[in-house]
Design a protein around this ligand. Structure first.
Ligand code: BGC
Length: 366
């Protein structure tokens, strides 16, 4: 899988974020005066096709979409791809949503590059398609993308890793290993590029050493974001490379993989390194408070779903949804109009503040 956010484009992410929102409240087409005529019925069906439940954020999203869409007066059809045949499942679910007459289809892609036929069919049927959290690639028919700033997530992880290493011993060289997410998820490469944007200069200087020499995204990828894949790769790296060496840090792209990496290191009787994460999963927040996992990223799913439903409401009213980035996400066929939300880095030091308004996580930080 190619990922379509190279380093040069990534600069655009930051630049574009500085721009104020554009497109808000514009008419669907120039000259249209009766916006509603171009929208759709207020109780129309909205389809939401989510991937397998590979992390807590997806589990949360399902309920939030069902409740939020119902509250907004829409009919909803929220589906998850099954754990094993994810691509075929999701393709069939989207096709069924089109048949049922969904006016908007929100998709958290199982495989970024395998949905162009379904997205084209949705368009043909007059439905709008919003890519949720993960970009859909190689299709000119995708209308919008809404996500947390994925490149920024990676940068925050890289920065926190360096901070954590320095806090443990003031001077390098530090020995680290790199992990990335599933190659079929466009986000995986973007997270990795963001982290490498921060880590690469230190690797080049020699202050940070990837002892296995596995620095390519392909070598570090964990298919399907599976915990067992990360644990097996960490076991293997410890055996091959860390017999007489200390492992100081690990770049882990999310919490599920971070906990698997920590399990592996503990199993080998080694000191837990500085390990990054993402998603603010309950078990990882507990681990951070217990001084094991070093950091995570807060991407509040409630905000992402709320933003997506705001897009759906705008489309219903015949308006153009608000976007704040029209440069960064080239999906190989077009640059997709995007709304990016800001991710937040969380360590033990700021957890109480970061989760203050999260009823599930706040109690864990007290
Ligand atoms: C999401 C992450 C999540 C991962 C695995 C990514 O696309 O952005 O939040 O950890 O998928 O489910």
């Amino acid at each position: 899988m190619r990922n379509f956010l190279g380093k040069s484009v990534a600069v655009g992410v930051i630049a574009a974020l500085a721009l104020t929102a554009c497109g808000s409240g514009r008419e669907e087409e120039p000259g249209g005066s009766d916006g509603n005529a171009k929208g759709f019925a207020a109780n129309a069906l909205i389809g939401v096709a989510l991937p397998a439940k590979t992390s807590e954020n997806w589990v949360l999203a399902g309920d939030l979409f069902t409740n939020g869409l119902t509250e907004a007066g829409f009919a909803s059809d929220v589906q998850y791809a099954g754990a094993s045949t994810t691509v075929a499942d999701q393709q069939a679910q989207i096709t069924a949503m089109i048949t049922k007459g969904a006016k908007v289809i929100v998709i958290g892609a199982t495989d970024a590059a395998q949905l162009s036929t379904q997205v084209a069919a949705a368009h043909q049927a007059g439905a709008k398609v919003i890519a949720y959290d993960r970009l859909i690639t190689n299709t000119p028919d995708l209308d919008y993308y809404v996500a947390f700033d994925n490149f920024k997530v990676g940068q925050l992880q890289g920065r926190a890793l360096l901070d954590g290493l320095k806090a443990r011993k003031p001077n390098g060289p530090y020995h680290i290993e790199l992990f990335s997410g599933s190659p079929d998820d466009n986000n995986a490469g973007v997270f990795f590029n963001g982290a490498m944007d921060v880590l690469k200069p230190e690797i080049d200087k020699g202050t940070v050493v990837v002892a296995s020499k596995q620095t390519d995204v392909k070598q570090t990828a964990i298919q399907g974001w599976k915990a067992e894949g990360a644990q097996a790769r960490m076991d293997q790296l410890l055996t091959s490379t860390y017999g007489n060496r200390e492992l100081d840090g690990v770049l882990s792209p999310n919490d599920t993989l971070a906990r698997a990496i920590i399990t592996s290191v503990k199993g080998a009787g080694k000191k837990i390194p500085v390990v990054t994460g993402q998603d603010s999963e309950v078990e990882s927040v507990r681990s951070i408070m217990a001084g094991e996992q070093y950091m995570t990223i807060n991407k509040d799913t409630r905000n992402l779903v709320r933003q997506t439903i705001a897009m759906v409401k705008a489309l219903q009213a015949g308006q153009t949804p608000e976007v704040n980035d029209t440069k960064s996400y080239d999906n190989g066929s077009k640059v997709v109009d995007t709304y990016l939300l800001p991710p937040v880095a969380v360590t033990k030091a700021n957890a109480a503040e970061a989760y203050a308004d999260d009823p599930k996580l706040a109690p864990l930080t007290r």
